[in-house]
Design a protein around this ligand. Structure first.
Ligand code: WTA
Length: 661
């Protein structure tokens, strides 16, 4: 255990802000929903008017899903940081914007008010300008969870540079691919990051990623772990030195660059069912309006609430609900550097008591992993400040839902089960805390502005129930303000991935159930995308990495149910190499080599949990791998494997079943 430090915010100022568009009752939800679907332009106009614009928009919405083209608030001029920072200064300048809790509980936390954050963002924006960053440039951000990460992305937005944050768990190779795809010219990183008991050498990973890179001109390095780093003359500069220069120059605060509503705000890479990760592009105005609206409504944020989203800013959840949603609402966002189990499994509960957190937003994987420690780590905690709980990233099983409800929320906190995606920018289907009813395992109702339907494989809407429920592929019929605009550098890929499967529909890649009341339950991906601990990983991506290993002829990767991670990664590998085969023939050494290869190519998050060596894969005569069979075996099913008569060599199935792990 560790010593608890006192948290006092008495000298800080309470938040003065109201949200005229906050829904307060079930009736209001239904009315807002109807208005948003019948007259979306009118509906979103009223909400958008509550923001600060440098120039009002000319046209609220222009769209077709064929190209696809989605434009919101066209002609409007704004800067998102004026909405996240400047507009709060007068009344809420001394309100805490970010409360930061370090990895090590013995290190002191930091509280950054809106006034302080504004100053820091402006100073760092000047650092970017001094280093040659211009509007439209792509800036890759590879940092740990320290306030400077939020400052870095806001500073990019301040000057109109496009940030592309890469999660700290990705390898040098992954970063290199993303740098190349985004043609990034600038990198902001740290010497290292603390994560639980580990120090991660971020700058060294960046150095590896830059071998052979031709586009990156400058690397700005923020000090966190003060591990030894190699600083290359002319390319690498220290964040702190650059800030000192700005201070000594006595420069005026950087004014916010005027952006078009549709100018890109950021790129965030995410995995799909094919090929390499795609750079999902979000716009400035639509994204701002939608993340703010969903933040205020889903969580029912009230002035002065302390909102704790445990995600990493390397993922969309951190972008939308640690940075842009809470800050645009003038809220207080708690940012945590560490992990739920360090130094012990009571870490989240300590943080909640220390700061009197009101809203906790986390992933089912974290809940399941903490459940595994029993009630010991929870029991000496008060947790009475909590009002609302939330989950995101993967389906929540009912057992975890009830544990969360009983032991953390003490049965008095609504749990919002928020379904959404990197591509949707903000929450799409979720109950609204205390306003619309929740249901264990169900995301329930779509947000205003979101028209969700279930279709069959041909794209026809499902009209017949099966066992009392509609079931099908989840699609959205019309744009919402935070619709992804494109995939960076390849608009056709955006079309084929999301808008071409079914005519005039955005296809989510998820399967879902719907009940008579119009509530949805998301059942999981129906494409070749895995969801491991709430992280999206494409099976093709993992297969490509495994296949890079010398001696591997071919591989097939599928997901299987995993008690904690939700899904685990099961790899079937044809290996003909001899090097390193251990004398007992278990292949353990080769397995380790393969894991090492995946770690190098993608990152540790994509390491298979199980590797089974096989002599062949079940393929149809046309050469297509029958993943259905592989999935069943990975799930532990040995009979009822379905029709195997169309296989080229049905014999491999017996071998696979015998060798099942
Ligand atoms: C899954 C995370 C069930 C889903 C915000 C989706 C969920 C993918 C839920 C997107 C939920 C997200 N219930 N499944 N509440 N939330 N998912 O892009 O399969 O990292 O397509 O965005 O996570 O993952 P992404």
């Amino acid at each position: 255990m560790f010593k608890k430090c006192k948290f006092g915010i008495s000298n800080l100022q309470p938040l003065h802000m109201n949200y005229p568009y906050q829904i307060k009752s079930l009736e209001q939800y239904h009315a807002a929903y109807k208005k948003s679907i019948d007259t979306p332009e009118l509906f979103w106009n009223e909400i958008a008017e509550t923001f600060i614009w440098q120039k009002k928009w000319d046209k609220t919405l222009d769209w077709n899903f064929k190209d696809p083209k989605v434009e919101w608030f066209k002609g409007g001029k704004l800067n998102i940081t004026e909405n996240c920072l400047d507009r709060h200064l007068e009344k809420n300048g001394n309100t805490p914007a970010i409360i930061w809790e370090p990895n090590d509980p013995l290190e002191h936390h930091r509280i950054i008010t809106y006034k302080q954050l504004h100053l820091k963002v402006c100073q760092f924006a000047q650092v970017l300008i001094n280093n040659g960053v211009q509007k439209g440039d792509r800036v890759c951000v590879y940092m740990g969870m320290i306030p400077e990460l939020a400052i870095a992305i806001l500073a990019c937005a301040r000057i109109g540079a496009i940030h592309s944050v890469i999660f700290g768990g990705f390898s040098a190779q992954s970063i290199s691919d993303r740098l190349e795809d985004a043609k990034a010219e600038f990198i902001i990183t740290c010497d290292g990051a603390y994560r639980g008991a580990k120090d991660i050498p971020l700058k060294a990973v960046i150095d590896d990623a830059l071998i052979g890179n031709k586009t990156v001109k400058k690397v700005i390095v923020c000090t966190r772990t003060r591990t030894a780093v190699s600083m290359i003359k002319g390319r690498d500069v220290w964040w702190e030195d650059e800030i000192k220069k700005v201070e000594s120059q006595g420069l005026e605060l950087v004014t916010a660059v005027s952006m078009d509503a549709e100018d890109p705000l950021f790129i965030l890479y995410t995995s799909g069912s094919t090929g390499k990760p795609k750079g999902v592009v979000h716009s400035t105005a639509g994204y701002m309006v939608y993340t703010n609206y969903t933040f205020v409504n889903v969580f029912q944020y009230q002035p002065n609430d302390i909102f704790f989203c445990t995600a990493d800013i390397g993922w969309i959840t951190g972008h939308s609900y640690i940075v842009y949603g809470p800050l645009s609402a003038g809220g207080t966002s708690l940012m945590f550097e560490g992990i739920p189990t360090f130094p012990d499994a009571g870490r989240f509960w300590d943080i909640i008591d220390k700061f009197k957190v009101n809203i906790l937003y986390t992933a089912p994987t974290a809940i399941r992993s903490l459940m595994g420690f029993g009630l010991g780590p929870v029991k000496d905690h008060d947790l009475s400040s909590l009002k609302v709980l939330g989950t995101v990233g993967e389906p929540i099983n009912e057992e975890a839902w009830h544990w969360y409800d009983e032991n953390i929320g003490k049965k008095k906190c609504p749990i919002v089960d928020t379904w959404w995606q990197t591509e949707t920018g903000g929450v799409m289907i979720s109950n609204m805390a205390g306003i619309t009813p929740g249901k264990p395992g169900w995301a329930t109702y779509p947000m205003p502005g979101v028209k969700a339907i279930l279709v069959d494989d041909k794209g026809n809407e499902i009209t017949e129930k099966e066992d009392g429920l509609y079931r099908g592929n989840l699609c959205i019929t019309q744009p919402w303000p935070a619709t992804l605009r494109t995939t960076y550098g390849d608009h056709e890929r955006c079309r084929t991935n999301y808008f071409a499967t079914y005519e005039n529909l955005y296809f989510t890649g998820d399967g879902a159930l719907k009940n008579e009341d119009g509530q949805f339950r998301i059942t999981g991906r129906v494409d070749d995308v895995l969801n491991v601990s709430g992280h999206r990983i494409g099976t093709a991506e993992v297969e490509n990495a495994i296949n890079m290993h010398a001696g591997v002829v071919e591989s097939a990767v599928v997901g299987y149910p995993h008690d904690i991670k939700g899904q685990g990664i099961y790899a079937y590998v044809i290996y003909t190499g001899s090097h390193g085969q251990d004398t007992h023939g278990t292949g353990d050494m080769v397995r380790k080599d393969i894991l090492q290869t995946v770690t190098r190519i993608i990152g540790p998050i994509a390491k298979p949990d199980k590797i089974q060596f096989v002599s062949g894969l079940p393929k149809t005569r046309s050469g297509k791998i029958m993943r259905r069979i592989l999935r069943k075996v990975a799930e532990g099913e040995t009979s009822n494997l379905g029709d195997t008569s169309t296989l080229l060599d049905p014999g491999v199935v017996d071998e696979i079943v015998k060798g099942m792990l």
